[in-house]
Design a protein around this ligand. Structure first.
Ligand SMILES: [Cu+2]
Length: 328
């Protein structure tokens, strides 16, 4: 269970006041005792002990630190209240992260007050930048966290292993390699239904043997606008899908070669802007090679090449009525 639960008490102002009054009462009784009858004084400390204050329990759920600088977690593990619609939504469960929201999805992640190019976001070691000049598609908007096996956040600029510029943090979503001891098939999937049309489904399947594997991951997530207390629709609709395929070769325990290809698209309504995102097309291709234990002084050799293409369209007529200033 990689989630950390911390319980501690809360002292609210009302409670504090209440406690203060009780202490005053205790003291006044003690003072009266000492003046009126010296013999009663011995009982006063006992009476004081009876005033135990059971504080309310507050449960904090968060991803624990692996080290002071690193947070590692499995993004497939359920988190509350519902699966994350994109990378920024997931990162918000990690202490230090927040997001500049656009609508229901595609927020822009912020770590310790820094965002944009200060936050390096990598998927399988490659960088996929957004296409929108108004940052409707932060790099995390192309990421469905449940489609990855691990999430590692390296805080601060201390490591230069993953390229320059990450003064806030480096965020890595990674997949693979698959490990089959003998020929077999592995299938993992989930479906989630929620209010306001939230409907998520995901499949992650692999088949292979000791020498290699074929893995397919796919997901679709959608939600409608939610309504505020007066019943007005708040523009927050989204619908997005991803499909990825990976072909791996693992001839021995130290060698890994993988070729990947992926595609995805989506649309999202934005409450705070004059336009919506009607297309977030992603096309990625990659090849990576890794060999370990090359010698006494050479631990690992890694090579990879990636291609990423983003096609984004924003307009004010696909998902809303042109010229409507209420953005409904
Ligand atoms: Cu845009």
């Amino acid at each position: 269970m990689p989630h950390l639960t911390i319980g501690h008490g809360v002292v609210t102002p009302a409670r504090l006041k209440n406690r203060f009054q009780r202490h005053v009462l205790t003291l006044s009784v003690a003072a009266a005792s000492s003046v009126v009858a010296q013999g009663v004084w011995a009982q006063a400390p006992a009476a004081h002990h009876e005033h135990h204050h059971a504080l309310n329990t507050m449960v904090v759920t968060a991803v624990p630190l692996s080290s002071p600088l690193t947070v590692e977690t499995d993004p497939r593990i359920p988190r509350q209240p519902a699966p994350a619609s994109d990378g920024a939504d997931y990162l918000q469960t990690i202490p230090g992260f927040s997001a500049i929201r656009n609508g229901g999805t595609n927020g822009d992640p912020v770590f310790r007050g820094m965002f944009g190019s200060r936050l390096r976001v990598l998927t399988n070691g490659s960088q996929m930048l957004g296409a929108c000049p108004a940052r409707m598609d932060a790099p995390t908007s192309y990421i469905s966290p449940e489609n990855y096996d691990s999430l590692t956040v390296t805080k601060g600029p201390q490591s230069v292993l993953w390229g320059p510029g990450a003064s806030a943090a480096t965020v890595r979503f990674d997949r693979g390699p698959e490990e089959f001891d003998e020929a077999g098939v592995r299938v993992d999937g989930s479906v989630m239904l929620g209010t306001y049309g939230r409907f998520d489904r995901r499949i992650d399947a692999a088949l292979g043997n000791k020498d290699g594997y074929l893995r397919i991951t796919g997901n679709q997530s959608e939600a409608n606008d939610y309504q505020d207390g007066d019943g007005n629709a708040v523009p927050s609709l989204w619908d997005k899908w991803n499909g990825d395929i990976a072909l791996g070769w693992t001839p021995d325990n130290d060698t890994w070669l993988e070729v990947t290809a992926g595609r995805g698209d989506g649309e999202a309504r934005y409450a705070g802007r004059g336009m919506d995102g009607s297309k977030f097309l992603r096309e990625t291709v990659g090849i990576r090679f890794q060999r370990e234990n090359l010698g006494e002084h050479w631990k690992r050799l890694e090579m990879q090449a990636n291609y990423a293409y983003a096609d984004h369209i924003m307009d004010n007529f696909t998902l809303r009525s042109p010229g409507s200033m209420d953005m409904g």
